[in-house]
Structures are given as C-alpha cells and as structure tokens.
Write a protein that binds this ligand. Structure first.
Ligand code: MG
Length: 243
C-alpha cells in the first residue's frame, strides 16, 4: 500500500539508459527508494544487453532492500521502475525495456500509441481476469495498489521486452501521475505535434498538473534518431516533478 509517492528519474545518454521510478513508504522512504534505485541503475548498467539491464534492476532492488533493512524507519520502502536501454541483441542494436510495478513505457509509432509494459497492479490483474474494464480500472479507488515493487524483498521478478527501434519512434517512460490524469489520446496528440522531446515531456507534465496533479508526475521522452533500418541512437530526455 502506498503511503506516499515520490518520483525520480535517470537519464544517461552516455550509457544509453533512461528510467523513471515512483517510490512508496513512510518517513521519506518513497523518495529515498526511488532515488537509490535510479542511482544504482545508472551505476550498475555495465553490459549493454537485455540481461545486463535485468542485472542492473536486480542490483537496484538489492540496494533499496539493503537500505531498508539498515534503517527501521525505512523498512519495507519500495519503488516502481521502468527502464529503457540501447542494447546489443543477436548482433543487432535493439531497445530493452524493463519494468517492475505500474510505471509505464509507451511507444508512439506511425501515429499509434501502444503501452509496451504490463502494469503490476491490482487493477491490471482484475482487467486481465475480466472482472474490470480498462475504463473502470482507470477510475478505480484502489488503482494505485501495486503488486510488485523493488525493495521490500531481497529478490524481484523483472519483466523485460526487446523492441526493434525504427527511425522516428518515440518512447515515453512515465509514472502513474501522467496516465492517471491524461487520457492516452491526449498523450498521443502531444507526441504527434510536439517535435522536440524535451518540450513534449514538459507539455505532458503540464497536462497532468492541469488535469488535477494529484500525484507526482515524471515523464521521459526518448526519440529514436537514425538513418532508417537499424537506428538506435536514442536521444534527448527530460523529466520534471509536477506534484
Ligand atoms: Mg505515483
């Protein structure tokens, strides 16, 4: 259960890794957990492979867990994470996208917005079971209950996806503060009309704040820039806290 929400992000163009984390826990635990996770993810991402990204997230989990175990006030603190990294996979450059919790990665390509990640949340489970519609889930009073996070346990299960990058694709990493306030067609409209990724991230945050801003909101936009077939020169990212 969330007792506070504190976002952090990682943007390391030099290493080709970006991430958003949304922490939870009392006594500033949420902010500390998401901060430790982002920092450790940046440090531990040493091998640009799909496995290397999973290893880095596992290292981030261990770091949050240790910090929680060392301080009784922070015991049980946790954080979501969603990360995107440029990696080598079977001789090609691809994007590895990994998540734990309900922070999301969307891909905007050819005018369509798709959620790449699967939420680890109570309402997402209920939608999969057919007990809730996606529309009911979006306004459900328990929609912020997550079923998997970094930190509380010494091990964590990480979902990971490998995606072929195409020139012009845009990826959005975000905390639930974005999609709980801004409907997906509005997210897509910003990505369609705002060319600069930093401006697009700012605009998405602004829409979430204008929509109610009941939570922190963090957005990182990563554009695939390249000359076509096998482009993976992901560029420019930005995030900002709005809540
Ligand atoms: Mg949140």
């Amino acid at each position: 259960m969330r007792t506070s929400n504190q976002d952090n992000y990682l943007a390391r163009q030099d290493k080709g890794i970006w991430a958003v984390a949304d922490g939870m826990g009392g006594h500033n635990g949420g902010e500390i957990a998401s901060q430790i996770a982002c920092q450790m993810l940046g440090e531990a991402f040493a091998e640009p492979t799909v496995e290397g990204l999973v290893d880095a997230i596992e290292a981030a989990n261990a770091a949050v867990h240790r910090a929680g175990a060392d301080d009784p006030q922070l015991t049980g603190m946790g954080t979501t994470v969603v990360a995107l990294a440029v990696v080598e996979h079977e001789g090609d450059e691809v994007l590895a996208i990994a998540n734990v919790g309900d922070s999301r990665c969307y891909r905007y390509a050819a005018g369509e917005l798709d959620q790449v990640t699967t939420d680890h949340s109570l309402v997402a489970d209920l939608v999969r079971e057919g007990s809730l519609s996606p529309e009911e889930a979006a306004v459900h009073p328990q929609r912020n209950i997550v079923t998997r996070v970094l930190g509380p346990q010494d091990e964590v299960r990480v979902d990971v996806f490998a995606v072929d990058p195409h020139d012009g694709d845009r990826f959005v990493l975000c905390s639930d503060g974005l999609f709980s306030e801004v409907p997906e067609p509005a997210i897509a409209a910003v990505l369609a009309t705002t060319e600069d990724p930093e401006e697009a991230a700012h605009e998405l945050v602004r829409l979430a704040v204008d929509g109610g801003g009941r939570d922190n909101v963090t957005v990182v936009v990563v554009d695939v820039v390249g000359d076509g077939s096998r482009a993976a020169e992901a560029s420019a990212a930005l995030a900002r806290d709005g809540g």
